[in-house]
Write a protein that binds this ligand. Structure first.
Ligand SMILES: [Zn+2]
Length: 554
């Protein structure tokens, strides 16, 4: 059990942090003894504990005693830990002591940002940044695109865990992995342009013709488009008048071809509720280009058959992010068209602000999946886990990680398929390492001319399937995370060589179970080194309401 001492203004973020690092903890109580104390309240009270993790940038009594005051505060630095980067967004200080192990250092100067002192019955790790300020930044503002590839929040958890394990104390947790799978993948599709026939002489039609003919010729000349694809695009452009006359198939109105490509994997379609409305920003009307040429009701038959086939249909919102009244209307419009109530939303063009989670929740949504980047791919919140934004009471945010347009648009990353693969696979590796849900958005018309990004998508699916993730709808993934949040450690006992835990988890149904994981403690009594890889033992915490799990370690 970890006892936590934090500043009262950080209590909300502490609670959320320990939903993501799901391990037994509580705010320190005077009458309790803790084996581990995580102290981030700016003081260094001498609580009896086998391990004290002292986070913070201000000088504490501990520093005074050691006659080693922290260095001058720096901002926007990067830590280096065993070859991994951990960007910091608030203040950080060096806590150098001569001869200390340089396990965690500033990437640029090499100065230590953490060190451990060890005596027979007590270890203190002094860490020169404020953990909960960092977590708050990640869950609210998020990371700049330059750090998109780094799962910073997961690395904060891993580093904290490794100090505990390194100090010879086992770590018990319910990891963000669904039983039987190393991680989760949410396949999603924003429906921005589900039919060519909704567009006459508008910018979408002209953009399509330009890119299908001139853009494709230029790309083919540069060797970035195979001739077969060039042929497909030019034929599609020539067919356009016949599509409008009804003499040729509308090749954008085939977004349900995703069901064939995904072959039984669940996916989620986000559908626009209203036609011809660009919506608003906080400053005034949104650009007219944001308006949709269709409403959910225009494709009701098609989305009803998706929903009855097991796909999820959510709302691709226009104004829901800044107006809960409009949010309710948007949710009802999509629910009416689909014939089943919907609880999920992703905003069109990823419009979002700090108050959006509270407004979306008030509009009746159970989850949102907007928090991501338009211009790049990766971990804006530094995590693969669904989290509760600090302004929400219940709603979970399922962060968005990989979007097709970010990879391939000339104004964004403008990657070749090979370069895009090199960009995406490391994100999949992180998912495999940390667990969580990797969320992918492949737009409706991306599998049709002129984009023709279906080949890349199929290759990506093959690569994902090889790693055996769970492929649920977004709502199912969120339900799994809610179930994990609801799990409780009722009783944890550590005896010699074993950990006994009584934990409870409620709800079952079609979603995979939870897992109890015990990370084996290090048996070395040399200097404390935070090792990146830990050994662990898993035991199922399936649909049981009240399970007792005993795991032995040497
Ligand atoms: Zn959109």
């Amino acid at each position: 059990m970890i006892g936590v001492l934090a500043k009262p203004e950080d209590y909300d973020v502490v609670r959320e942090f320990f939903e993501l690092f799901k391990t037994p903890w509580e705010f320190c109580r005077r009458d309790r003894h803790y084996e581990v104390v995580l102290q981030a309240d700016g003081t260094s009270n001498d609580r009896p504990a086998a391990l004290v993790l002292l986070y913070g940038t201000e000088a504490t009594a501990f520093d005074e005693q050691r006659k080693r005051l922290p260095g001058a505060p720096r901002r926007n630095t990067t830590l280096l830990w065993d070859g991994d980067s951990i960007p910091l967004y608030d203040k950080a200080v060096s806590v150098a002591v001569d001869g200390a192990a340089r396990d965690v250092t500033f990437a640029d100067t090499g100065d230590p940002v953490a060190f451990a002192t060890r005596s027979k019955d007590r270890t203190v790790v002094r860490i020169g940044y404020d953990l909960f300020r960092e977590i708050r930044h990640l869950l609210t503002t998020g990371q700049p695109p330059a750090h998109a590839g780094i799962p910073t929040l997961e690395r904060h958890i891993a580093l904290l865990r490794s100090w505990i394990v390194g100090a010879g104390i086992p770590v018990l947790e319910i990891p963000p992995v669904p039983a039987g799978h190393p991680f989760t993948v949410c396949l999603t599709h924003d429906l921005d342009h589900p039919s060519l026939r909704f567009h006459r002489f508008d910018h979408t039609t002209f953009g399509f013709l330009y890119r299908a003919v001139i853009g494709s010729v230029v790309k083919a000349c540069r060797g970035r488009l195979p001739l077969s694809a060039l042929r497909r695009n030019v034929s599609a452009a020539l067919a356009l008048p016949f599509v409008h006359l009804g003499w040729a198939d509308d090749f954008w109105f085939e977004f349900d071809r995703y069901l064939q490509l995904e072959k039984g994997l669940a996916s989620t379609f986000f559908v626009i509720p209203v036609k011809g409305d660009p919506g608003r920003t906080l400053e005034g009307p949104a650009p007219s280009l944001r308006a949709s040429a269709y409403a959910a009701s225009d494709i009701a038959d098609r989305i009803r058959s998706l929903a009855s086939g097991g796909s999820e249909v959510g709302v691709h919102g226009i104004d829901a992010w800044l107006d809960s009244g409009r949010g309710s209307q948007e949710r009802e419009a999509v629910s009416r068209a689909t014939g089943v109530p919907t609880a999920g939303v992703r905003m069109h063009w990823l419009y979002f602000d700090a108050q959006s989670p509270a407004r979306l929740e008030q509009a009746g949504f159970a989850y949102d999946s907007t928090f991501g980047y338009n211009e790049t791919v990766g971990f804006r919140a530094g995590t693969l886990q669904a989290f509760k934004p600090l302004t929400a009471r219940q709603l979970l945010e399922l962060p968005l990680h990989v979007m097709d347009t970010a990879l391939f648009y000339p104004s964004h990353l403008d990657l070749t398929p090979e370069a895009a693969k090199k960009k995406v696979l490391p994100l999949v590796d992180e998912a495999e390492q940390h667990g969580g849900a990797l969320t992918i958005n492949w737009h409706d018309r991306s599998i049709a001319p002129e984009r023709l990004w279906d080949g890349f998508y199929l290759d990506l699916l093959d690569e994902l399937k090889r790693r055996n993730p769970w492929f649920p709808t977004s709502a199912q993934a969120v339900a799994w995370f809610q179930r994990r949040r609801a799990a409780r450690f009722d009783n944890v006992r550590q005896d010699d060589g074993s950990v006994q835990v009584r934990a409870s988890a409620y709800g079952a149904g079609a979603i995979p179970g939870l897992t109890i994981r015990v990370h084996k403690p290090s048996t070395s009594d040399g200097p404390l080194r935070p090792m990146r890889r830990t050994e662990f033992i898993d035991a199922p915490l399936t649909e049981s309401v009240d399970a007792r799990v005993a795991v032995s370690y040497p």
